[in-house]
Each structure stands twice: as structure tokens, then as C-alpha cells.
Design a binder for this molecule. Structure first.
Ligand code: SAH
Ligand code: SF4
Ligand code: F3S
Length: 457
């Protein structure tokens, strides 16, 4: 019998994007406000949450193997509760119970507020329900889902347990209306909804009071912020309002969609000193035919024009991007257009992926699906080409002194600290752990493939 949540522990495993990582901070916040402690040791847990990602098949596969491994633990630990959150939860819903009958609760990205009710219902139970039989299709009445439309979710105030020390994430909008033909996100995160300005501002004021120096505004398509709000405001307007908040010294935002990336936004980024010199602007492909099949709504020249405008306005801007190789119908010539785009634009860094078929998306019905071998070859070519460019760009920082926000001890080298420049380059250096969360100046001594090495001055 558990009449209180004291001494109860929750373990949270997060897959996927920053938005999902931030959602886990909300889940952790709710558990913490209900008296739970967060544990890193899964065997100590009373509740296990897996916050899932559905963006590519590989991400989905990783989740299934993780959940499979939990079966033994669940049957050894009868009071253990397992919940599945995130994009796969939303997409698969009840079907997950069929395949994994030991799951107790399934909730989607727009129903994180339901966690509170679930914890309360669990607390009120005087007896734990019996373990359900493992037969196919069996459904215990106590299993719960929270997957429905939650139309007011974007106006709700959820407690947060933030992970980082110096930098904090802030959701400014949920969902996505773009329906890129390869992408599952509009089906998992629903329609685009902007959070009210006053909620965002109040949250950032709080963040600032708690000593954070940097914020990253999150949305699948931040440039279209403001649609559907009663107040008349756009993304540049929101940035101006945020910029006025005392104490915050760095402002970042992800992700920008090239089609909505406006001249006004470029000017705003140029004129507001707290906006960091880094833009993530996913291009996806260099061929107009493929971009059109992807439903991206911009030809390559338009993308390039925006990059040129951006570089003209802010010469020190770092630009990163996402690339998909092996999209259905991608010929060698189309692929060459992507290679040419990388050569022409010279991004500071890229994330490149092999196209992965996702349920419900329009691209699965296109003709000309590419075989795995070709996709792998194309991915290697893209990564090899970019490695050269990234390294060359990194060497340009040698000898320069840059402002770094210290994130803490480096995961790969416990003797060093790690942090990021305003242009989002990772810098490693020797220093005192007490610097974590502060802004310091570092002189760059060496450039590496994925990071810079320097010394505090
Ligand atoms: N909203 C953001 C990011 C969405 S997901 C945006 O529009 O840019 C992050 C990246 O995953 C995408 O930019 C895309 O490059 C990649 N991606 C999405 N769906 C994919 C799929 N089915 N196969 C391969 N990569 C995919
Ligand atoms: Fe997916 Fe496109 Fe929306 Fe990004 S903008 S989340 S790629 S549908
Ligand atoms: Fe994955 Fe959902 Fe993010 S599919 S990338 S966790 S929006």
C-alpha cells in the first residue's frame, strides 16, 4: 500500500529532439511536485517513463528494444509502473498495449498535464492491480491512455525540472502544420499552436531570476509563431519582447523553416545583440525536384538567397542544416545537387540522415524508393564532404578569443570543462567546475573535427 509518494522514485529515458528532452523536464517537474525523486538507476525506480521518438525507423527500433528489456523487471517488481510518452506513444496508442501488455500508461506529447492525474489515481489505489495476463489482445481495465486532443494544452502551466545550469529551453509553440511529405511530426504533435506571449515572457523572467544566462526557444517552425493568437504578434515581435528581459544574455531558437525565414527576422537578429550568431536552417536537399516532392515550398535558389542575405547582415553567423539522402525518386543527378549545395553554401555543421519510411506520411506512396546500399553510400559521401568543410571552418577560430557559456564537465574527458560559443561551437578547456553556468572568455588554441580546444583567459 502506498498512501504517499514519499521515497518513490521515477526513472526517465528520453529519445529524440530537444523538444522531447524539454518535455521530459516537464514530466520530471510534475513527478517532483508530487514528491517523487528522480533516479538514474532504473532498478530503483517505482515508475519508468520512456519518452519516445518516431522520426526515423531506427529511433523506433531503439525504443522497442528498450521496452522489451523492461519486461523481466516489470514481472520481478510488481509495484513497478511503466509509462510510454512521446511521439511513438501518440502514433501507436492502444496498439502498444497489445504488443507490450506490461505497459501501464500511454500519453502523448500534448497530454503531459495528464501525468498529474495518473500519479494521483495511483496514489489513491489501496491495492495494486494484478499483473495483466500476457495473452494477445488482453486489456486490463486499469490501463490508461491520454492521447486525445487537448485543445488548451498550449495555455497550461506545467512545473519544470530543468536539467542544465546555464541554459534553459522554452516552448513557444507546439505541433506543426507543414506536412513535409517524409515527416511524422504533424501526426504525432498535432496542429500548430502558439503559446500566449505573456506566458512565455513570465516563464523567461522566472528563468532569469533563477540565474540562467541563455534560453533556447523551441518550436518545429518558430518563424510562424503568432498564428492563431488573439494578440497581433509575429516571431520578430516576440524576440523583441524577450530581448528586453533583464538577466538573459543569450537567445537562441530552433527550428527555422526556410519558407518562413523572413528579411524582417534577419534584421531583428542583426539588431538585437542577445540573439546568438547561429541559425539552424534545414535545407533537406539541393534538387528542386526533390524539394518539391518533399513539400518544402522553396527552390534551392531561394534558400541560397536567404543564406546570402543572412551572411550579409551578420557576417559572423554560423549556419547549420539538416540533410536527407535517398528520398524517393532521388537520382544521381539530384543527389549531386545536394553535394553541390554543401560545397556552395559551406555550412558550419550538418545533421544528415538516410530517408526512412514513416507511417501515414505522403512520401511512402511515392515511386522510386531508393535501396539501402545507395542510401548508405550517399550518406557517407555527404558526411565525408562536410567533415572537410566543418574542420576547415573550425580552424578559422584558432587564435581567437570567444565568449563561452560553461555547461559543465565534459562527458568525453572528465578533466575538462565543456561549453558553447555564441555561434554554438563546442569548446573544451581546463577549468574549475564552479564556472558551470557562467559566461567566460576562452582563447582557442586548437581546432578539432567536432569541437574547439582552448584556455580560459
Ligand atoms: N521541425 C524541424 C525538424 C524536424 S525533425 C524542421 O522542420 O526542420 C529533424 C530532422 O529529421 C528533419 O529536418 C529531417 O532532416 C529529418 N527527418 C525527418 N523525417 C525524416 C525521415 N522520414 N527520414 C529521414 N530523416 C527525417
Ligand atoms: Fe516535420 Fe516539416 Fe514540420 Fe519540420 S516543418 S516538423 S520537417 S513537417
Ligand atoms: Fe522525434 Fe517527435 Fe522530436 S518524432 S524528433 S521526438 S518531434
Amino acid at each position: 500500500m502506498n498512501h504517499s509518494n514519499l521515497n518513490k522514485k521515477v526513472y526517465i529515458h528520453t529519445f529524440g529532439c530537444q523538444m522531447n528532452v524539454h518535455d521530459s523536464e516537464k514530466i520530471a517537474g510534475i513527478f517532483s511536485s508530487c514528491g517523487y525523486e528522480q533516479t538514474e538507476n532504473i532498478k530503483d525506480a517505482d515508475v519508468i517513463i520512456i519518452n519516445t521518438c518516431s522520426i526515423r525507423q531506427k529511433a523506433e527500433q531503439k525504443f522497442y528494444s528498450e521496452l522489451g528489456r523492461l519486461k523481466g523487471l516489470k514481472y520481478k517488481t510488481p509495484h513497478l509502473k511503466i509509462a510510454v510518452a512521446g511521439c511513438i506513444a501518440q502514433q501507436k496508442g492502444n496498439a502498444l498495449f497489445e504488443r507490450f501488455p506490461y505497459v501501464d500508461f500511454i500519453f502523448g506529447p500534448n497530454n503531459i498535464d495528464s501525468v498529474q492525474n495518473w500519479i494521483e489515481a495511483d496514489r489513491q489505489k489501496t491495492n495494486n492491480p494484478p499483473i495483466p495476463p500476457l495473452s494477445k489482445g488482453s486489456k486490463g481495465g486499469f490501463r490508461t491512455t491520454a492521447l486525445d486532443d487537448n485543445p488548451e494544452y498550449h495555455t497550461k502551466h506545467l512545473p519544470l525540472k530543468r536539467e542544465g545550469k546555464g541554459r534553459a529551453w522554452v516552448s513557444i509553440m507546439y505541433g506543426c502544420d507543414n506536412f513535409c511529405s517524409y515527416c511524422v511530426v504533424p501526426y504525432t504533435r498535432g496542429r500548430e499552436k502558439s503559446r500566449p506571449v505573456s506566458d512565455i515572457i513570465n516563464e523567461i523572467k522566472d528563468i532569469s531570476k533563477n540565474g540562467f544566462k541563455e534560453i533556447t526557444l523551441l518550436g518545429q517552425n518558430v518563424n510562424s509563431y503568432g498564428k492563431g493568437l488573439s494578440e497581433k504578434i509575429d516571431f520578430p515581435g516576440l524576440l523583441k519582447a524577450i530581448h528586453a528581459i533583464y538577466g538573459i544574455e543569450r537567445i537562441r531558437f530552433v527550428t527555422s523553416h526556410p519558407k518562413d525565414f523572413s528579411e524582417k527576422l534577419i534584421e531583428t537578429a542583426r539588431d538585437l545583440p542577445k540573439i546568438c550568431e547561429h541559425i539552424h536552417l534545414p535545407i533537406q536537399a539541393g534538387s528542386d525536384k526533390i524539394l518539391s516532392l518533399m513539400n518544402r515550398d522553396y527552390p534551392y535558389v531561394k534558400y541560397k538567397e536567404k543564406v546570402e542575405m543572412l551572411r550579409h547582415a551578420i557576417p559572423e553567423i554560423a549556419i547549420t542544416t539538416d540533410i536527407i539522402v535517398g528520398f524517393p525518386g532521388e537520382t544521381d543527378e539530384d543527389f549531386q545537387c545536394t553535394m553541390n549545395a554543401l560545397k556552395e553554401i559551406e555550412f558550419d555543421g550538418i545533421f544528415a540522415f538516410k530517408y526512412s519510411k514513416r507511417p501515414n506520411t505522403a512520401a511512402i506512396n511515392l515511386s522510386g524508393h531508393i535501396n539501402e546500399k545507395t542510401k548508405s553510400e550517399r550518406l557517407s559521401k555527404v558526411l565525408d564532404l562536410q567533415a572537410e568543410i566543418t574542420y576547415r571552418k573550425n580552424t578559422e577560430f584558432k587564435g581567437k578569443t570567444l565568449e563561452v557559456l560553461v555547461e559543465g564537465v565534459s562527458k568525453t574527458d572528465k578533466n575538462k570543462l565543456t561549453g558553447r560559443t555564441r555561434s554554438n561551437k563546442i569548446v573544451n578547456f581546463y577549468g574549475d567546475e564552479n564556472h558551470t553556468g557562467t559566461l567566460i572568455m576562452v582563447k582557442i588554441l586548437e581546432a578539432k573535427q567536432h569541437s574547439l580546444y582552448g584556455e580560459i583567459i
